[in-house]
Design a protein around this ligand. Structure first.
Ligand code: PGA
Length: 254
């Protein structure tokens, strides 16, 4: 399985001009064969312009709402995203869970809606407290992805990407440090086992990423782990040189 690198820009940069400059700096330097291993998640309002200007880049949204239309002030639908050429979505990021009231139940509704509309969906799970046990992570994971129907010929699971992100490892949190790669490899191994119990052999097409303070210096150590299929990168994706170095790491570990 080739490694996947997702850049989550969060609430950055400040202007469309800066967003175009960042996308441009990545786009001019990324090796053409690595485009399909890279996804960028800018803020909603920049997406349309970026998707139009940089067609080779796979673009995604950081969130969306599961209904198609109606009285849902402030929300964005999957149909609107599809209409502007966006094919990927992130759901359940810990910042949305902690600050904006997302629960496993709302995350699950979004996962099912996105898969049913043929989006690739990255679902983030991870413990909020350092001493939360593995059971907490696995239970949240199972609830977040429950109810996916395996329908031949396409099971949909190849469109599902899971990002394991321990909150205490996210770079903007006080005292954050990247997780020990062997530890996150072990947790992801447990998540893969849980997915196998839910979906059998088909679960092998789900990709599992690690996220939390990934940078150019530590990416190789994490990506070399057998269970880790890629990285969800926050802060380091805002610096094109740093991000390109992470992308280039995939070539040496795939
Ligand atoms: P970080 O963010 O790489 O800045 O730690 C990761 C994330 O929150 O997705």
């Amino acid at each position: 399985m080739t490694k996947l690198i997702v850049g989550n820009w969060k609430l950055n940069p400040a202007t469309l001009n800066e967003a175009v400059a960042l996308a441009s700096a990545v786009s001019v330097s990324v090796k053409s064969e690595l485009y399909e291993q890279m996804v960028l998640l800018p803020p909603f309002v920049f997406l349309e312009e970026l998707a139009k200007k940089f067609r080779q880049i796979q673009w995604g949204a950081q969130d969306f709402f599961w209904e198609d239309k109606g009285a849902y002030t402030g929300e964005i639908s999957l149909g609107m995203l599809k209409d502007i050429g966006v094919g990927w979505v992130l759901v359940g990021h810990s910042e949305r869970r902690r600050m904006f009231g997302e629960t496993d139940e709302t995350v699950n509704k979004k996962v099912l809606a996105a898969l049913s509309q043929d989006f690739k969906v990255i679902v983030a799970v991870g413990e909020l407290q350092r001493d939360d046990g593995e059971e907490v992570i696995i239970s949240s994971f199972k609830k977040s992805i429950s109810g996916i129907k395996l329908q031949a010929p396409s099971s949909k699971l190849q469109d599902l990407i899971v990002a394991y992100e321990p909150v205490w490892a996210i770079s903007t949190n006080p005292g954050a440090v990247a997780d020990d790669p062997a530890r996150s490899n072990g947790i992801i191994g447990q998540l893969k086992l849980a997915a196998y119990e839910m979906f059998g052999d088909e679960s092998k097409s789900i990709r599992f990423l690690y996220g939390g303070s990934v940078n150019a210096a530590n990416a190789a150590g994490s990506l070399a782990q057998p269970n880790i299929d890629g990285a969800l990168v926050g802060g380091a994706s805002l610096n094109s040189d740093e991000f390109l170095r992470i992308i280039n790491t995939t070539a040496s570990v795939s």
